[in-house]
Design a protein around this ligand. Structure first.
Ligand code: NAI
Ligand code: MG
Length: 327
């Protein structure tokens, strides 16, 4: 397997090397192609990613991505958005399961749900107009785009509780009733039961009753917001991984950003990045190795070897070294 490695900026440059040290502990012979992409490059060259970078990435099988700081330029186009679009990474998969000994903000300790977010269209279609006194963003919801994300959710549901929750705002948005109807059709064809939730009610209920949910399917912007809500439920941004999956490529990334407030201090929590490597191994068929990462992470958390965001005083590399050692 050929892996493009994009640490990006800020703590991306700390958590990705930490996660790679855990990957290296398996000795799987994965070829790593390091790429310098992001805000630093934009400052030096005026471009955060080049066409040559895209060519190199498209010759790899998958990408491990840290985070990229958004440059203060109104014309800047998000690198991550470009990667998701050009590699057609249409499914953003974010699992949320409580890790051992993590203090959670909700009473419920028993939950295990996955947000399946459409990743290429919706409010992030890129179809926008900025005028003097008005601005437009076109929300594009296509049948093909909705069908393939709904199918992804149903395939996942078949291996879990055979149930999906469709999150939308069909009471006010026609594009949402379209999305919902496509999802219901897909659920019925696949023999999967479904429930609908309005996005605002969902944000409320997910915080109070995360245990009620299993596979959640939704559109791009709603999925973006709901997954940060879910990260808080699961104990913090430093713990939550994600996978961006298409037919041919995949990209794995912690859901947090470049955290300029703590960058360079060596205290960023590497667990979200390490669990992103776990998702990559699962995707590549190394299921046993993937499971051993979860086990090692939980064991290190039980030993209270944690970074300051979890109340500990260990460094990024202390945590990753403890996990790598168990592996
Ligand atoms: P952020 O996720 O970088 O940070 C939010 C808060 O969580 C900060 O207080 C930070 O210190 C903390 N935090 C995040 N990850 C952590 C970790 N691993 N360990 C310990 N604490 C952690 O979000 P923010 O501040 O809104 O964005 C910062 C920059 O990152 C912006 O330029 C933003 O555009 C970019 N960003 C990039 C993303 C990406 O490339 N995927 C995603 C989100 C934001
Ligand atoms: Mg987000």
């Amino acid at each position: 397997m050929k892996l493009a490695v994009i640490p990006g900026d800020g703590i991306g440059r700390e958590v990705i090397p930490a996660a790679l040290s855990v990957l290296d502990a398996f000795g799987l012979g994965i070829e790593k192609i390091p790429l310098d992409i992001g805000y630093g490059k934009w400052e030096r060259t005026g471009s955060a990613i080049t066409n040559e970078d895209m060519d190199i990435i498209s010759e790899c099988d998958c990408v491990l991505f840290g985070a990229i700081t958004t440059p203060p330029d109104p014309n800047y186009k998000s690198v991550l958005m470009r990667l998701r679009k050009e590699l057609d990474l249409y499914a953003n998969i974010r699992p949320f399961v409580p890790l051992k000994s993590i203090r959670l903000p909700c009473d419920t300790k028993e939950f295990d749900f996955v947000i399946v977010r459409e990743n290429t269209e919706g409010m992030y279609s890129g179809v926008e107009e900025l005028h003097e006194d008005v601005a437009y963003t076109t929300r594009v919801i296509t049948r093909a785009g909705s069908e393939r994300i709904a199918e992804r959710a149903c395939i996942l549901a078949k291996s879990r509780k055979k149930h999906i929750t469709i999150v939308h705002k069909a009471n006010v948005l026609k594009s949402c009733s379209f999305f919902r109807d496509v999802c219901i059709g897909s659920a019925q064809r696949n023999g999967i039961s479904h429930r609908e939730m309005l996005m605002d009610a969902m944000a409320y209920d997910l915080i109070l009753h995360p245990e009620r949910y299993d596979v959640i399917v939704t559109t791009n912007l709603f999925g973006d917001i709901l997954s940060d809500v879910a990260a808080a439920i699961a104990g913090g941004l430093g713990l939550c991984p994600s996978a961006n999956i298409g037919e041919r490529y995949a990209l794995f990334e912690p859901i947090h950003g470049s955290a300029p407030d703590i960058a360079g201090k060596g205290i960023a929590n590497p667990i979200a990045a390490i669990l992103s490597v776990k998702m990559m191994l699962e995707w590549g068929g190394w299921v046993e190795e993937a499971n051993s990462i979860t086990k090692a992470v939980n064991s290190v958390l039980c030993d209270r070897i944690t970074t300051p965001d979890l109340g500990g005083s260990y460094s990024t590399t202390d945590v990753s070294a403890a996990i790598a050692k168990l592996i």
